[in-house]
Design a protein around this ligand. Structure first.
Ligand SMILES: Cc1cc2nc3c(=O)[nH]c(=O)nc-3n(C[C@H](O)[C@H](O)[C@H](O)COP(=O)(O)OP(=O)(O)OC[C@H]3O[C@@H](n4cnc5c(N)ncnc54)[C@H](O)[C@@H]3O)c2cc1C
Length: 505
């Protein structure tokens, strides 16, 4: 048998690669998605997890990006109301930093640039009376409150991959592209299975490089393309502390260096604080929050909260690398957050499309733009993804509480917090996971927090999870609540099950 030939091979299982795979498969193309590690294992699990227009980008006149991103908020909210939800952001006015009139102008634009049907607009806050003022220093008397959305970033990646696979795409995780050659009108790709080192050879009519912060090295060292590697790597770190306030709104704080940081309610019991902006060199795999960044984030939060935040409060950190397009900006925070697509299609040779930049928020539009650029080769010009729910997201944007109530009615043994977490993670698919269970015991082994064998099995069979880390830090955030002994038991269970089970979905 000859090598399989795909219409489209996408390298990189981050949000952009998975979004393109879904869009392309839904248009009827045969698609291969190849990810060297776990889905979302790169930058797409290390974001601030906001579906946002990016208030700050208005200062850099990024109106195209901000408008598109603002519009996407409600499109995505409708597609995935389990993993995306509206959030209100409190912006305290800091005397001596941006003046109130400028904040008001920015928020007016923010409210009107992209249109809103679901999300409420901006309002003024009297922080001396509003509960949002209580955890802040008394000097913060006035503020504003506006809307954006929260997203479970790594779950968004996986749901796109699941939908791509349901529409016929082949998804290979733990598979790395090591060489690519143009062979007449198609690419010949050499892939290596990261488990056993096996080499796999496939062909594809079009190659898409969606490798995020690896885009430059994949271009120059693997594909050896002529496209110049215009990637600029900017590191960003976050810290997690026990919760600093008791309401469900987030804060956006201005810092005296012109940057902003967020303090966001996180996983019920925690507050997420981030992010930094630093030039990065080296392998994106090795990125980690430095002591200086942790100090910086603690100091920035302590400028606003009554109770100071100190490095010893930090229970977890994570860091990621923004794969930005190098537009020559001098400072990291000024480099464009917009995406750039570069198509290299010499006459008579298979096309290569390279993605620079992009945000979680704009991934769906980016995928549409990719398909538009490739339309002369694919003849598949019809966009379809807006309004098509992602797996488990087939309920209305305000229907979360109803879904929880329905799940509890059908599975009365589920404890309330467990049911809520399952609906947040899996939406209507929570029923597939629970199957015919009639009691807690029917969910099998118990691994700690509320993680059971039924859930781990579902994640391995339907969501490509292969290690405890995939389950605890990317398919969920149960890693915050589980002990080292429990992790070891989970790892062992998954290794045994992997050896005996058929390949994932
Ligand atoms: C600190 C921080 C905060 C952010 N906050 C937000 C936010 O709040 N909202 C927002 O919208 N955006 C945010 N972003 C931006 C957003 O996270 C990124 O733009 C987006 O995740 C990039 O996705 P990607 O698919 O391009 O890259 P990645 O997610 O990195 O995916 C690329 C994938 O390619 C794979 N790969 C690389 N080389 C190979 C190879 N040879 N073979 C096979 N696979 C390979 C990697 O393993 C990786 O999984 C933030 C980014 C950072 C760093």
């Amino acid at each position: 048998m000859g090598e399989p030939i795909y219409d489209l091979a996408i390298i990189g299982g981050g949000i952009n690669g998975c979004g393109i795979a879904r869009d392309a498969a839904g248009r009827g193309l045969s698609v291969l998605l190849c990810e060297q590690g776990d889905l979302g294992g790169g930058t797409s699990s290390t974001s601030t997890k906001l579906i946002h227009g990016g208030l700050r980008y208005l200062e850099h006149y990024e109106f195209r990006l901000v408008r598109e991103a603002l519009r996407e908020r409600e499109v995505l909210l409708r597609m995935a109301p389990h993993i995306i939800w509206p959030m209100r952001f409190v912006l305290p006015h800091h005397l001596g930093l941006r003046p109130a009139w400028l904040l008001r102008l920015g928020l007016f634009l923010y409210d009107h640039l992209g249109g809103r049907e679901i999300l409420p607009g901006t309002r003024m806050l009297d922080l001396a009376r509003d509960p949002a003022g209580a955890p802040l220093k008394p000097s913060f008397r006035r503020g504003f409150e506006y809307s954006d959305c929260w997203v479970e970033d790594s779950r968004l990646v996986v749901l796109n991959a699941m939908d791509a696979a349901a529409r016929g795409a082949t998804v290979r995780t733990r598979t790395r592209l090591v060489a690519a050659e143009r062979d007449k009108a198609a690419w010949r790709l050499s892939l290596v299975d990261q488990h056993d080192g096996r080499r796999i050879s496939v062909r594809a009519r079009i190659l898409v490089n969606a490798t995020g912060p690896w885009v430059g090295t994949v271009l120059t060292e693997v594909i050896r393309a002529k496209t110049p590697a215009r990637a600029r790597l900017i590191k960003g770190s976050h810290i997690v502390v026990h919760k600093l306030f008791d309401h469900d709104r987030a804060y956006i704080f201005q810092n005296s260096d012109g940057r902003i940081i967020f303090a966001i309610p996180y996983e019920g019991d925690f507050t997420l604080i981030g992010t930094t902006d630093e030039e990065y060199r080296g392998d994106p795999r090795d990125v980690a929050a430095s002591p200086a960044e942790i100090k910086y984030l603690c100091a920035a939060a302590s400028e606003y909260f009554r109770a100071p935040v100190v490095p010893s409060d930090v229970v977890w950190t994570y860091a990621g690398v923004r794969p930005l397009y190098d537009d020559g900006a001098s400072r990291a925070q000024e480099a464009t957050r917009d995406y750039i697509l570069e198509l290299e299609a010499p006459k008579g040779a298979a096309p290569l499309l390279t993605i620079f930049g992009g945000k979680i928020t704009t991934y769906r539009r980016l995928a549409e733009a990719v398909m538009e650029r490739l339309a002369p080769f694919t003849r598949k010009a019809h966009p379809w993804t807006a309004g098509q729910p992602l797996p488990g997201g087939d309920f209305p944007p305000d229907g979360y509480e109803r879904e929880v109530a329905r799940l509890r009615a059908d599975f009365p043994f589920l404890e309330g917090g467990h049911a809520r977490r399952l609906v947040r993670a899996y939406g209507t698919r929570a029923r597939t996971l629970l199957g015919s269970a009639r009691s807690q015991a029917d969910l099998g082994l118990y691994f700690g927090a509320d993680l059971t064998e039924a859930e781990v099995g579902y994640l391995m069979d339907h969501e490509w999870a292969q290690s405890a880390e995939d389950v605890l830090w990317r398919r969920s955030k149960l890693g915050l609540r589980i002990s080292a002994v429990e992790i070891a038991a989970l790892e062992e269970f998954m290794a045994v099950r992997r050896r005996s089970a058929a390949p994932a979905a």
